[in-house]
Design a binder for this molecule. Structure first.
Ligand code: GDP
Length: 194
């Protein structure tokens, strides 16, 4: 049976008491400006933006969800300016234990990009059931809304992924998003070990 460690990006091990100690790589995808870095920074518990913007950033934090600790390594590397951007993006699309596809509810083109990303992910992850969460960020921009909640939800149903609207600015639903990722990863783990 496949072990999550075999994909090379995530690892799991049992400690001496036999409980799981899990580390998962979560990749943020989405158009420029939709709020990926803002969400990642809130996840990391930082208010200030990091200085390494051009490199893309990696944030690690252990969350206690439903009485169990899980460590997420959140990769904000989609737009990293590497020498070979297509290599980088290909790597991003392959290396995740879970994916967060972000769009802005105030930017319809970012919503369309999210659909394209979902299709690209389907290509690289056909057999495995990698959790994917569709995120409509900037929910605070109600008057500029271009994508309704219903559309976001319907898209998630079609694409077989979870859906949540967030506001990084108001810090609304941000930790709920990452806790949801943890729960999705655990469901997958149960599938694998069953
Ligand atoms: P990225 O390019 O996807 O990493 O997006 P950033 O995190 O850099 O955010 C782009 C811009 O959108 C910044 O000016 C943020 O302050 C702003 N922003 C991010 N999240 C929100 C949000 O939830 N609401 C609003 N109103 N602005 C946001």
């Amino acid at each position: 049976k496949p072990s999550p460690a075999q994909d090379g990006w995530s690892s799991e091990s049992s400690d001496s008491e036999g409980s799981w100690e899990a580390l998962y790589r979560v990749v943020l995808l989405g158009d420029s400006g939709v709020g990926k870095t803002s969400l990642a920074s809130l996840f990391a518990g930082k208010q200030e933006r990091d200085l390494h913007e051009q490199l893309g950033d990696v944030y690690e934090r252990t969350l206690s969800v439903d009485g169990e600790d899980t460590t997420l390594v959140v990769m904000d590397t989609w737009e990293a300016e590497r020498l070979d951007e297509s290599w980088n993006q290909e790597n991003c699309l392959q290396g995740g234990s879970a994916y967060i596809i972000v769009y802005s509810i105030a930017d319809r083109s970012s919503f369309e990009s999210a659909s394209e990303l979902r299709i690209q992910l389907r290509r690289t992850h056909q057999a495995d059931h990698v959790p994917i969460i569709l995120v409509g960020n900037k929910a605070d921009l109600a008057r500029c809304r271009e994508v309704s909640v219903e559309e976001g939800r319907a898209c998630a149903v079609v694409f077989d992924c979870k859906f949540i609207e967030t506001s990084a600015t108001l810090q609304h639903n941000v930790m709920e998003l990452f806790e949801g990722v943890v729960r999705q990863l655990r469901l997958r783990r149960q599938d694998i070990t069953a």
